[in-house]
Write a protein that binds this ligand. Sequence first.
Ligand code: NOJ
Length: 762
Amino acid sequence: MLKKTMLAFFCVATLQLTAQHTDTEKMRRFVNGLMQRMTTEEKIGQLNLLIPGGAAVTGSVVSTDVETKIKNGNVGGLFGIIGAERIRRAQEIAVSQSRLKIPMIFGMDVIHGHKTTFPIPLGLSCSWDTALIERTAQIAAREATADGINWAFSPMVDIARDPRWGRIAEGSGEDAFLGSQVAKAMVRGYQGRSNDLKDISRLMACVKHFALYGAAEGGRDYNTADMSRVRMYNEYLPPYKAAVEAGVGSVMSSFNVIDGIPATGNQWLLTDLLRKQWGFGGFVVSDYTSLNEMIPHGMGDLQTVSALALKAGLDMDMVGEGMLTTLKKSLQEGKVTQKQIDDACRRILEAKYKLGLFDDPYRGISASRASEILTPANRAAAREAAARSFVLLKNDGQLLPLKKSGRIAVIGPLADSRRNMLGTWSVSGDWQQSVTVIEGIRNAVGSGATVSYAKGANIADDPFFVRRSNMLGMEIDTTEKRTPADMLKEAVDMAKESDVVIAVVGEAADMSGESSSRASIDIPESQRNLLQALARTGKKIVLVLFNGRPLTLNWENQHLPAILDVWFGGTEAGNAIADVVFGDHNPSGKLTASFPYSVGQVPVYYNHLNTGRPFAPGDWSKFKSDYLDIPNEPLYPFGYGLSYTTFAYSAITGNKTGISGNGKLELTVRVTNNGNYDGEETVQLYTRQMEGSIARPVKELKAFRKIFLKKGESRDVVFSLSANDLKFYNKDLAWVFEPGKYKAFIGTSSAQTAEFDFNAGK
Ligand code: NOJ
């Protein structure tokens, strides 16, 4: 029987492989045939990606004469176009008026949802729920393809440990292991588990920004990233690699330099590492004018940098048209080869073939599909995702959840700000469709409680800062006629008349995101003043915090009893916030980026190396690695987040004392919900290699499991560790396991764990 099943399995597997092989052969034949008919100009045209005027512009330059260029076969794809009809019209020009009628590919920054907007990626990652994250990407793909889009500039998987950098909002935080799980989940969600891009409800993903973009010095966007290869391989590259292994169709190069060479023209990065070592078979697109930006980087003129990029392995040039305008000349002058142009062109055409664009250039567009966008089911998923992304940072005296009764004062400039619900990078989301906090609260309490609202303060008062933050729209309201003092008085009077205050404050949506670095990561002064005035009333205050990055919350942590971090929750943010505030949903989010104690501590991250003079908390003495004025530990560490219930962890037990050979060590903890509510807990497993050929981090996340426990319930959580899980890149960049002494840690956060010592041998 077993033999028969195995035989059947092998037959199916062989058939699948043969089918795949035949498909690839067919694609090769088709693309070769097409390329034989293409002129060099037309081939170079395929490498050109433009953004037409009137689109969702996400950079400082807009393409011109787009229609003429399409007709002349000078455009491989367009991006940023909102609306299926506009995409259809653009495609019609390509497939009816260009000589070879090659369809264009249509890209878009589908980052955390399309029309139905989910929480910002940093928030979503705090769910530690990869199935949920996959589902959000799947819904985004369905909505975007119904809108004519076939290529998403996502997932963004840049590891970021500097909250001054505004784009920390777009990724999954500081950890490579968690980041890799999220990267895979998102690729699966966009492209489907079988990577069948012919499925019109899926689209091609684009992992970005390759590479190290999140390590920008000083947290200043587009700035230099410089690090050792050991760090790169162990701590920054894994999420990109995970996306490649999951079959991502395309990769976007980053703006920064790596080893002094801009990523867009970096042959080591785009060819040696990406294609040769990792076996990536898709195409590489530049970031927005990042090819041209190699000129100010000091790499030469436009012709030089375009040739450099092509030779490095870049296939498509976003917006800058350096390839379009110079490659022919470089070919004539022998600075690039025909093969290099052909290879790049072939990769673009193959992507279009895989997407089925040659069969149906209007892939996914049909009137009936409009009904797939912003459906009640998608909104329900957004509400759930938002609630799961929230992190309860503090809850003294179990102030939360609140009762749906009494007098509730909802105060703060983000309480009634529809514009700020979606967060950064929601280019096709419609903020008018979003639910505000005050609406969510009113929906939840009905007539059970008296809800009053006061704005209390502007998001920020400094005109210089406001102008810069509002570049993409009036997210910080500048129409307010009242003085700050008037607003504050109204809020304080209202607070005094209430039983509890919900203070809804924080950052405006585009105070994080691209080109939104901040040197101070405090809550803006206007709102800090409001919080201080509210605290002086002596009323109980729940801080509902909007933020696209970790903020410095020392004062808030010291003076306010409850803090709920809601990031930017998306279309259903207001309802989801009410779900959590009133206990219809018990929060379970855990931080994926440390919240520094003060900005002077940055970068602060849990998986750092030890120093030769390690500091032990509570044991300050001279000549240790520490600060005179602040602790070493962040205010809230990686993996931290409370629930309305509490969980007790037993000591760790192992089924053996160590790992030998191919064996596995099973580590068990018993987790008990010993609080007053049913709830979910993310149980985290970390390890530490005690001695090695290079210094190793004090903790590294190796696995996590999200479990649901009813009030009073206990469960054994078993993790299984093998030598494979302990591998790392050594000084020669070889992926090795080193026998020796290890520690395992299991717990509720990176800072609160039980320990288990073990040996791992050959
Ligand atoms: C620049 C951003 O860095 C990138 O993430 C985005 O996909 C492109 N612009 C296109 O909008």
